[in-house]
Design a protein around this ligand. Sequence first.
Ligand SMILES: [Zn+2]
Length: 399
Amino acid sequence: MPKANQVHIKTHNNQLVLSTIYEQGPLSRAEIVHQTHLTAPTVSDLVTPLLAVGLVEEVGFGLSKGGKRPILLQVIDDARFIIGLDLGREDFRGALINLKGKVIYHNELPLQSRTGDAALGIVYELINDLIQHSSSPLLGIGIGAPGLVDSTTGIIRRAVNVEWQDIPLAALLKERFNLPVYMANDCQVAALAEYTYHNQAAVENLVVINAGYGIGAGIIIKGQALNGVPFGAGEIGHVQVVRPGEPCQCGNTGCLETLVSTRAILQQVQALRHGAMKGSLPEVTHFDQICRLFKSGDPLVQTVVNAAGHYLGAAIANTVSVLGPSRVTLSGSLSSLGEPFLDILREEISRRCRLPTMNYVTVDISSLGPDIVLLGASAQLLSHELGINRASGTWLGWG
Ligand SMILES: [Zn+2]
């Protein structure tokens, strides 16, 4: 099993040099001097340990400007792998991710309604498997966890889906695996992924609506994550939207999640199909089937998804009117419903917010697909351990 190499990229200048090479490499030491405004001897001193720990490599020669041709430097993509975990789903997912956000290996283990210590056991099993498959030294473990997550202490305050209350998950994993561990709410790390890996210019004011097994919003305002007190910002899934409504796992009734989550949509479709055709229609057991039926125009599924879209659109409208983001991005399983579902959301937001709000906000689907939480989870390590924030070169106010 590869052990974590000694990497201490903690000083500002260290991080500046490494992130400059990461963003702009391959480039020469002289170009780093030019970009960072550090002196040539300082850059040389800072590059040497990066070469020694194998984070950076020399990759040939650049063009000469009169003297010797300069040696070019670049970050080695696979120099370290990061373990990313997405615990906000029915299946716990994990992946080995390289320094450029490429998924090298992934695995998922079904939760099968297990909670408490049994659910914790699945986390251990998943990490053991990932460690065994890693061919590079590990930088650490990044986690996107459901519910109220205190990212400063690594304690999950409350995650109703798995019945975790005050679980010091980061400390447990740090002790067990001897690796740095960073953790935040799954929706917040989805926002971090979108901020870090989105292929266009970073949007300073961004809301990511992560809608699947649970529903939540990850919020970035002026490039800073908004956690709230006590880490509950964006918990739109547990706001009551109908009274009394169906019971919710949080103990309340009529929460947004009881109407809009993949579970809720599946249950509603199943009930209606049973009722409408006296059980003669084929069983719908997975959300992928819902997506296919929605796109093929199945009237019953369209009715349920339309209603869900209007409830979610109303929640987004409230979020938009309070925060004024320039971009709202949908991620999670519901994003597989595609553009027609976005149109339902846009219509509802527009109806509730009125002009001119809709002229300033883009509503779209994340391009990062089902790996968004894994990527965001790993991006925490890039930021905290190496000082690399790919989108803006500045630190996120994380944790
Ligand atoms: Zn609830």
